[in-house]
Design a protein around this ligand. Structure first.
Ligand SMILES: NC(=O)c1ccc[n+]([C@@H]2O[C@H](COP(=O)([O-])OP(=O)(O)OC[C@H]3O[C@@H](n4cnc5c(N)ncnc54)[C@H](O)[C@@H]3O)[C@@H](O)[C@H]2O)c1
Length: 268
């Protein structure tokens, strides 16, 4: 993958920027002198991100936008707002970070919650990439970064738990991202796609339940959560060094090794 070695002056979009990993990505991109359009479904939260970032880097170029990434009309509005605010028809970095948990059981939970979780995590990634494709095509170089999860490798949080909607969506995000690699090479060689696979990161998202630590013969028992700030450091470093697959945390690395060594062991 072609590395985006220097963020200075580049235009970036970060979704789900009102909290956690998204907020840290915005701060670190602004610190690296990128221009950033940050969005979230919660306008107050993304405005707080902007205010906090500008306190630390008063000359930073960052705009805050309300956008539900499952809504194509809202995405079109966000694209025209940010394009006008940053006076640019070209986008260099799209980070599809917005995500949410829910719809644990396909059997027992409300189908509307299941579908909403799938929509935020998968349709959000697809629709946002679709909305910004013309701006990415207009850039001299562009990178699409999709934040999936270790649940794109392993559709579980350990035995005795159900985790279906989120895992299904994150597997789809992985398939979309990996298939874009070949498509971009063929049809838009100045673009590249990056897949991020975090294990547990300490954010507003609920931590994994106790069975997580007992999975794979307790192989995850002694791993600890990554901070949102470290996760953002690793994501941006991966983009700058041309990695297309970024595992975050010792837990994600262990799951990746174990599930490939013995694909059946994760579900026992
Ligand atoms: N925290 C973890 O342990 C962990 C692990 C693996 C993957 N991830 C992934 O990392 C990404 C960031 O999550 P986080 O941990 O920072 O969580 P977070 O809850 O702190 O932040 C997620 C943000 O996404 C926003 N959001 C939710 N639905 C949205 C929508 N429809 N449109 C726009 N914004 C929306 C929320 O308002 C929130 O600000 C997500 O894709 C998540 O699935 C997190």
């Amino acid at each position: 993958m072609a590395a985006l070695t220097d963020f200075a002056g580049r235009l970036a979009v970060v979704t789900g920027a009102g909290s956690g990993i998204g907020r840290e990505l915005v701060a670190q991109l602004v610190a690296a002198r990128a221009r950033v359009a940050a969005c979230d479904i919660r306008l107050g939260a993304v405005r707080r991100t902007r205010t906090e970032v500008l306190k630390r880097w008063p000359d930073g170029q960052v705009t805050a936008h309300e956008c539900d990434v499952t809504d194509a009309t809202a995405l079109a509005r966000f694209r025209s707002e940010m394009s006008e605010a940053h006076d640019s028809e070209a986008l260099h970095l799209l980070i599809n970070n917005a995500g949410a948990v829910g719809g644990a059981s396909f059997v027992a939970d409300d189908p509307s919650e299941w579908e909403r979780t799938f929509a935020v995590n998968f349709h959000g990634t697809y629709l946002t990439t679709r909305a910004f494709l013309p701006m990415l095509l207009a850039a001299d170089q562009g990178v699409v970064v999709n934040v999936a999860s270790v649940n794109a490798l392993w559709a579980s949080l350990g035995s005795g738990t159900a985790h279906t909607a989120y895992s299904t969506a994150k597997f789809a995000v992985r398939g979309f991202t990996e298939s874009l690699i070949g498509d971009f090479a063929l049809h838009a060689p100045h673009l590249s796609a990056v897949l991020v696979l975090p294990g547990h990161v300490r954010t507003a998202m609920p931590p994994p339940p106790p069975p997580w630590r007992r999975a794979f013969n307790a192989a995850l028992a002694h791993t600890s959560a990554t901070t949102a700030s470290d996760a953002a450091v690793q994501i941006l470093h991966g983009i700058q060094t041309g990695q297309w697959r970024i595992l975050i945390g010792a837990d994600a690395e262990r799951v990746d090794e174990l599930i490939r060594a013995d694909p059946t062991s994760g579900y026992s």
